[in-house]
Each structure stands twice: as structure tokens, then as C-alpha cells.
Design a protein around this ligand. Sequence first.
Ligand code: MSP
Length: 468
Amino acid sequence: MKKTFYVTTPIYYPNDVLHLGHAYTTIAADVLARWHRLKGDDVFFLTGTDEHGKKIETVAKSKGKKPKQFVDELVLKIKKDWEKLNLTYDRFIRTTDKDHEKVVQEILKIVYKKGDISLGEYEGFYCVACEAYYTEKDLENGNCPVHKKKVELLKEESYFFRLSKYQKKLLELYKKEKNFILPDFRKKEIINRVEEGLKDLSISRKSFDWGIPLPFDKKHITYVWFDALTNYYSATRKKGKEKFWPADLHLVGKEILWFHSVIWPAMLLSAGIKLPKTIFAHGWWTIDGEKISKTTGNVINIPELIEIAGLDSARYFLLREIPFGSDGDFSKKLLIERHNSELADKLGNLVSRVSALAEKYGIQKTENNLLKKFKTKEIEKHIENYEFDKALNEIFAFIDSCNFYVQTKKPWETHDKKVLYELVDSIRKINYYISPFMPETSEKIDKIFKTNKIKKAEPLFRKIEVKT
Ligand code: MSP
């Protein structure tokens, strides 16, 4: 039987069109999904939208729309953007999908029966933008630490999930399953916080109604995170998809690691469902040194991202520029510089020179000694360890070796068909490894080199002037 690989992105809030930050997680998931398909694994790649809750209800109201109508319109836009990014997801799950809603209620019933849910009163702070509860200690000058916005003071009847009961089990889990939370420095942060103690979590609200009613008390609406986290599991309850649970990898941004590495496993432990294997938290992008923010207008949306230097250059840049897991700064200038000096000058140049020479002089099969310089095992290890920057670095080190080989062997003087074969064969191997990162470019390269009657290629990347 084929090995399965199940990767997920967070499900995004459809309260506005998505931007570079959301594209980042989804592109990384796409690279991994494509990589595992290339290796012959049976892949399930899930993305989608988190549609319930106060945040969506409030924005919809402000636009004079019913929540469902509002999210329906945005989902269409998000799907169009995802298409532009050439993403190969297998399902786009929406928390308003009936099959998902059913599974959320089913889990709530199990957890309730187990005695892990009880009625109480919540008094404290709530940030609608995060859809999260905060204590006074968490706040920064009375504001939410993530959005720096005013928080609501709540006091209402609510059902609580006994998160505190799972503190010990969670700590044991982090210790035993070394890759449950990655990267390691993030795992340490989570362990420290969990060691400080866990408070029971308010998982229902009565003051609004855009969400899933609790099956045992219909006056209460399920807390949006309890609903949303379940998506990863509910997607595998469809016929034929059961084999994908437990998920291999939940990719998330660092700001929502707590929900994924503490609340989600506690919910699953309570419901008696197997736990996902890895939760990887990546860092945050700023743009030109500033936080991405709709309010200040410092945003790059998906069409803008693609327009800078083309889709594959954007995909390449996002994964090449910073180690996955670290924060980074995005600028159009840096993207264009990498596009020019790495994609056009190195990869593009190699492909156009070799294809032109191969057309002119032909190729003759021989042992490929040049290939010995290609560190494919290292590249594979890097991809499996989520070190995309290092993987791309290695691939480009070999592209440098190939360009150097052309330069020193001078096939335009020697007309050496064997040297040209080595180069063509090397490009074919390079293409295998770049295909998950730059699928369009890879298709073009494949068309040129899949036959032995090679024709001179059109330039893969046109240089762009850097405007300062
Ligand atoms: N709906 C929740 C997730 C529920 S998952 C069960 C949510 N949605 S979101 O629309 O706010 O998207 C959050 C995700 O977007 C982050 O986890 C991160 O992947 C990505 N990013 C948003 N801004 C980002 C940056 N500036 N930089 C990098 N990624 C960022 O949270």
C-alpha cells in the first residue's frame, strides 16, 4: 500500500481578501504536497475557511449582509486567488459545510458525555479579531497583544472544556513525541506556558448566533476555535479519506500555535481520537520593515504578489529568503533581485545556453560525472525537515556547478555531444527537485528537455529593472 501524507493549512477567516502572509503558509503546504506526490505517496492536502463566529458576523453586518451571503462571496474570491497561486489542494473545507458541522457536534457530544464539559460563567476579556480569551496579565496597555486593539469585557453563562485536566498528559506528549511541535524553540515556549498551568476553556457563547449550536444546549453557540480546529479531522470522515487520519502535518503561523498544540490535542485526547504527528509553526512576514496591516495599507494581496516578478519567482522568494520558522521582511526590491540574479542569471541562463547548444550540436549518452556534485540526499533531507531555504540553496549550488561546467568545457568550441548530454541530463534532474517549488517553470523545462531533439528555449525569466 502507498504511504499516505496528509498536510493542512490553517483555515482562513473569510472577512477580507487574503494576502501574502496567508499565501505563504499555503504555498509551503503546496510544496510539500507536490513533493510527496512526486515521491509516489498518497497525498491529501486540505485548506479552507473558518466562517463562524463574532468576527465574521460583525463584518458581515457592517456590510449590510447576512453572514452566509458575505462569506460565500469572499470564498469565491479566495478560491480564485488560490487558483492564481497554482495550489493543488484536494479539498477546500468550509466550516459551514454540513459534513463538518455534523462532526463538530458529534465530538462535542462525546466530550460532554465524558464529563469534560460543564456549565459555568465566563468573566474576562475577549479579542474579536483573534477570537481569543485573554487575562488581564496578557494585555498590553489594556489592548490585545496580537492586534493591539481594544478587547471586550465579557460576563456571561458559558460551557467550559476541562483543559486543565490535560496539562500532565500534554506535557508527557511533548516530551515523548519529539516532533509534535516544531521548531524546537517554539516547543520550549509552549512547554513553559503549559507548565505554568492551564485554565478551563470557555467553549460557548450565548450573545450571538452565527455558529454551530451545542448539541446538548441549543441556546449556546460553539466557540469558533473549537469548531474550526475540528476541520482537520472532519475532512477525513468523508468516504475514502479515513485513511488520512492522523494528519502528518498541520502548518500554522506562530500566533496560532497555542490553539493547535494545546487546545487541539486536548480536545482529541478527550474525544479518544488519535493525535496529529507534527504541528509546525512558521514565522511572520513584515513588508518593508512594517507589520502587514489593512489599516495602514501595508498589504500585498495575491494579484499584487504575482505581478512583481511572476508567480514562480514569488513562490521561490518566499521559501528561499528566510528559514521556515523564522520571521522575515518582504520587499519588492529583494524579490526582484533574486529573480534577476538567481532565476534569470543562473537557472534561466543555464537552460537557454544548454538548449541552444544541444539543438546545434546534439547530445550523446554517456556516464554523467557532473551529477556527482548534486547533493540530492541532502536536498531530500532538507525538504523533509522543512528547511526549504537550504534545499533551494543546494539546488542552486548545483546550478552554479553546471554553469561553471559550460564555461570551462566550452562546448561551443569543442561541439562535445557528451558534455552536452551531461548538462541536459543534469537539467532534467534539477527539474525534478525544483518542480514542487516552481511548477510552471518546471513544466516549461520539461517540455524542452523531455525529448532528445532539443530546441532552443525561450527565456524562462525576463530580467526586471529594480526601481528604487
Ligand atoms: N481562522 C484562524 C485559523 C483557524 S485554523 C483551525 C486564523 N485565520 S487567519 O485568516 O487569521 O489566518 C492566519 C494564518 O495566516 C496564520 O496562521 C499564518 O499562517 C498566516 N499569516 C497571516 N499573516 C501573516 C504574516 N504577516 N506572515 C506570515 N503568515 C501570516 O487565524
